[in-house]
Design a protein around this ligand. Structure first.
Ligand SMILES: [Zn+2]
Length: 414
């Protein structure tokens, strides 16, 4: 789906306006960046036909919101040189950021150099009939390096266990000890997204604050974040007003601060089920969320576990490490592996192919769920910890460094 700018027609030329004024440009950019979130499917390329057929000007690559690193361009002095290509009316003169583009039929392409963290890419086509423009924005992941982030969803049982057993140390709970061992072995960092309640009488206010020092001592690698009020119902925030989600988040954050301190509290990496209204993105950004991870999986006609992003962006995310939503400031990240769904002998075959594709090679978003660690859980996975070890070992051996995505740009200095 594109909100491509259509021709600035003879009307404007008659008024002597060869180029859009600032206000028009801002408006058009606004349209492209915001309308992407709504009514996307109805405006899909299918019913309208391709830009080439309709003679529209359209930047096709890079994708609006793309996060570009050195694998996706060529590092040159002071910048990243990238290719920009698309469609334009045959015969039109096309420039991209004032650089003349090569034409071939209805195609155009040229190379530009990104020098800023974010760059607007403006293609202009001029024909006898008028002047048209298409505009996108991309992010330069300037200080990128191969990295991985491990986050765990649906956490609650370990908190109930520690509160009931009154261990001397947090790590006397076998579950947290799994992560400590992986931290000692590989330097791995973990974000545990937690619930407010296990719904059997345990709530976070019952968790003692006497481990606060231990949380703080381990806060460089072990973080807690909001996930949901509770495990049930399914998809609790899929169509929930932002105020309700934020109220639940604030309630959990207040408890994390009380029992673990500010060093341990981080923004959530995944909201339960990865489904929210898009109107909650801005409030989440205001609560410190910088990256949200999802599966961006096609289910029937629509993408799912995608924070209700439109199909075009979801399809892009299903094949790329990340995409920025400029309206909110949130970057969306593609989860690369769900350890509880991946048998031990499939861990490496799941990760390895990602390194062969520059669109998925740089950032590993590793992921699992708490419940499969617990023998009382009906779908208990006895080798769950070994699966995590296999995934993290593979990343470590292939040069990926542990990071936290809310720091910098997906864990790289911004
Ligand atoms: Zn969840």
């Amino acid at each position: 789906m594109r909100i491509s700018t259509t021709a600035i027609n003879n009307f404007n030329q008659a008024k002597g306006e060869d180029h859009m004024n600032q206000e028009q440009m801002a408006r058009r950019y606004f349209l492209r960046t915001t309308a992407l979130g709504t009514a996307a499917v109805a405006l899909g390329a299918g019913p309208i036909g391709s830009a080439a057929e309709s003679g529209r000007l359209q930047i096709k690559a890079p994708f609006h919101g793309a996060v570009l690193n050195r694998r996706l361009g060529k590092e040159v002095a002071g910048g990243l040189e990238i290719q920009v290509s698309g469609d334009a009316p045959a015969g039109a003169r096309v420039t991209v950021n004032n650089i003349p583009a090569k034409r071939a039929g209805t195609g155009f392409d040229t190379r530009i150099v990104l020098k800023d963290k974010e760059t607007d890419i403006v293609a202009v086509a001029e024909t006898a009939g008028g002047h048209s423009e298409d505009r996108i924005r991309v992010v330069w992941d300037k200080n990128s390096f191969p990295r991985y982030r491990f986050s765990v969803d649906d956490n609650s049982f370990f908190l109930r266990d520690i509160a009931r057993k009154k261990y001397r140390s947090l790590f006397d709970c076998f579950y947290l000890d799994v992560f400590r061992k992986l931290n000692k072995k590989y330097g791995a960092k973990f974000v545990l997204n937690i619930y407010y309640t296990t719904e059997d009488g345990f709530t976070l206010p019952q968790f003692p604050d006497r481990y606060k020092g231990e949380w703080k001592d381990n806060s460089d690698w072990l973080k807690l974040a909001f996930h949901a009020h509770a495990n049930m119902p399914n998809r609790p925030y899929e169509d929930t007003p932002p105020e309700k989600l934020i109220a639940d988040l604030d309630k959990v954050n207040e408890q994390i601060l009380r029992f673990a301190g500010p060093e341990t509290l981080t923004p959530p990496t995944v909201i339960h089920w990865g489904m929210t209204r898009t109107t909650v993105f801005k409030p989440l950004y205001q609560r410190g969320v910088r990256v949200l991870s999802g599966l961006f999986r096609l289910r029937g006609e629509k993408y799912d576990i995608n924070y209700r992003l439109d199909n075009t962006r979801s399809e892009y995310l299903s094949k790329h490490d990340a995409l920025k939503d400029f309206e909110s400031g949130i970057v969306f990240s593609l989860i690369d592996i769900v350890c509880n769904n991946t048998p031990i002998d499939r861990i490496v075959p799941t990760l390895e192919p990602l390194t062969k594709n520059p669109n998925t090679a740089e950032i590993m978003d590793l992921f699992t769920h708490e419940q499969y660690f617990w023998p009382f859980y009906r779908r208990y996975i006895p080798d769950h910890a070994q699966r995590l070890d296999a995934a993290i070992r593979w990343c470590t051996e292939h040069g990926y460094k542990p990071v936290l995505f809310h720091e910098g740009l997906l864990g790289a200095p911004a």
